[in-house]
Design a protein around this ligand. Structure first.
Ligand code: ADP
Length: 250
């Protein structure tokens, strides 16, 4: 089932809070399988944009489409989640008293009240998926250890793995490398790069670390005052005088 064209489409989206314009006629197109970085100074509207995509925040005007069929402005936040849009917040929220595998099992359970460690009841397909994800996130050696003893970086990867259990089509990732060591950052770049691709996921990353952005993104979108200031490769946007001015003024 190979899909083409945009997976996410925002047109002229505006969001205001008590008259303050946080997002101002924002246009954004993310293609199927794309890995896109969103950068911009504090207050540029990055978080509000992510909240608008997941249905947490409602725009005053504009269009938000997932694929060509799903008008997200007509859907509730839980309905949007079922379409396969996974969001990873900056702070990892893994279950520290459970093992890596148990965390992944729990993430797969439709009913979150079901206790994990139900491996015996998992289908072979589900077990295969768990092992596939454990390998993908590089936690095979730690699979049966408690999540609580993982490093900060490993916890971030586990949380990405938990999102992957639902086979999302779009992953929204908020500042994945904050607090990571250089080596963890390299492994994260490698992981995000492998996740994106046609038939896999599209990945949208909000990130402040420019070195990291340069290492992963083919396409970068610069937000400023709630609109797109520049779009292109990191080399293109970082040599754009308007972008330089915005960052120098921060
Ligand atoms: P970023 O994530 O790029 O730092 P945000 O989306 O968090 O930017 O914020 C954009 C602007 O909207 C900021 O000026 C912020 O103060 C304002 N803002 C965000 N959320 C709210 C809210 N719930 N109420 C009022 N103002 C808000």
């Amino acid at each position: 089932d190979v899909r083409h064209g945009p997976i996410l489409y925002l047109e002229d989206v505006s969001v205001s809070f008590d008259g303050f314009q946080a997002i101002n006629k924002l246009n954004l197109t993310i293609d199927d399988g794309e890995l896109r970085c969103i950068i911009g100074p504090n207050g540029a509207g990055k978080t509000t944009m992510m909240d608008t995509i997941t249905g947490k925040t409602r725009p005053d005007s504009g269009q938000v489409w997932f694929g060509s069929r799903h008008n997200l402005l007509r859907m509730s936040e839980p309905e949007i989640a079922t379409l396969g849009i996974g969001r990873k917040f900056q702070k990892p929220t893994v279950f520290e008293a459970l093992t890596v595998i148990e965390n992944l099992e729990l993430a797969m359970a439709a009913d979150k009240r079901v206790l994990p460690s139900l491996t015996a009841r998992l289908s072979s397909e589900q077990r295969d998926r768990i092992h596939e994800v454990v390998r993908l996130i590089g936690l095979k050696p730690a699979a049966h250890g408690l999540a609580g003893i993982l490093s900060h970086g490993q916890k971030q990867w586990l949380e990405i793995g938990m999102l992957l259990m639902q086979r999302p089509r779009l992953l929204l990732v908020d500042e994945p490398v904050a607090g990571m060591t250089e080596q963890e950052m390299e492994l994260t770049a490698d992981l995000l790069t492998r996740l994106a691709g046609k038939g896999r996921q599209s990945v949208v990353v909000v990130e402040h670390d420019m070195g990291f952005v340069r290492s992963i993104a083919r396409q970068v979108t610069v937000l400023h005052q709630g609109s797109v200031l520049a779009e292109g490769t990191m080399d293109q946007v970082s040599s754009d005088p308007r972008v330089v001015e915005v960052y120098l003024g921060e």
